[in-house]
Design a protein around this ligand. Sequence first.
Ligand code: GDP
Ligand code: MG
Length: 419
Amino acid sequence: LGGSISRALQQMSNATIIDEKALNDCLNEITRALLQADVQFKLVRDMQNNIKKIVNLDDLAAGHNKRRIIQQAIFNELCKMLDPGKPSFTPKKGKTSVVMFVGLQGSGKTTTCTKYAYYHQKKGWKPALVCADTFRAGAFDQLKQNATKAKIPFYGSYMESDPVKIAVEGVERFKQENCDLIIVDTSGRHKQEVALFEEMRQVSEATKPDLVLFVMDSSIGQAAFDQAQAFKQSVAVGAVIVTKMDGHAKGGGALSAVAATKSPVIFIGTGEHMDEFEVFDVKPFVSRLLGMGDWSGFMDKIHEVVPMDQQPELLQKLSEGNFTLRIMYEQFQNILKMGPIGQVFSMLPGFSQELMPKGQLDSTNPKLMNDSRIMRIARGSGRQVRDVMEMLEEYKRLAKIWSKMKGLKIPKKGEMSAL
Ligand code: GDP
Ligand code: MG
């Protein structure tokens, strides 16, 4: 996907005359790429029309950086599409809020309920979980296990078959216990059906949630719009959570969910574990959708600190996963100048701050050098053994980070300023 967009932009810059046809060809290529990322056809078409209005052919012809102008326009347009224009209801710590989770079975509701509770608990909230899924056998056990692991109070029943009754009882109990975030997990069913939406309507009416969260699997593809709309028609969906962003799906369905519910995406799920949960951040999301990472920001940083003629080689080596001690030596000063390296890397998809090795470094000896060699290096360089060890630890730490860059598409020399 990233490849085809880069290609489209490349073709465009190769064209000597930028006319309407060249722009259209480019937009068509991008359209294909966005459809592949599960962005709904209608939304892609709207975007295409907007871009045509925004991008001024005269500007392009005047020799401004064409690719950058178009890329920026697409980027901004997608960001806008993810912004419904009004924030969602935000629960307040210390004040009771009821949050109801809805979504199809398997979308990740139960998992996400716990993540959401845990996220707030870590910030000092008093969350509680209510299992109003009486449809699926084992639903209560699953919630109970998650809740127990996170030490979050929970409510549910193995016997009761009325979801409305359980939801009401649970919410009442936790209100009395002064919980400030009462989370109601609901059933999903395998497909959209009348009974499910009627059940959601009843649970919502009985528990009067302050916020209804629609949970969407990032891989549902073009089905996202109808699904989100169907839920929105039965309950007042106020925000969206997109799960399984750790998988292959780019999550273009999120644009549909926002369009269908007129509510923002507020979190994303990035794994099966309790803490694999992130506040939604529109720019990295769109970068990923376009398959380009936040290369623009990353490249700007690199431009600032690494002399132009050294970049292609460095990036090529890093992308091949060849991070050697020599490269570290040669690039160390420049890399350091990039500021907190974590901040630079957080611009790339998959490099969230949490992924960075933190705190104490693993203090075992690097395998690649034995003690006598380390001592020899220390003597030869007039340093302490400890200094050499520290240097090797730093290498290991960086090597681990750089190794994650392996396979990332590296812009070629001429493309540098565009991507
Ligand atoms: P529910 O039927 O909507 O309650 O969905 P569950 O919470 O039971 O989740 C269905 C499956 O998706 C489970 O195997 C979860 O572990 C998995 N899951 C949920 N969220 C994520 C996520 O963000 N990433 C990954 N990889 N798996 C997830
Ligand atoms: Mg469930």
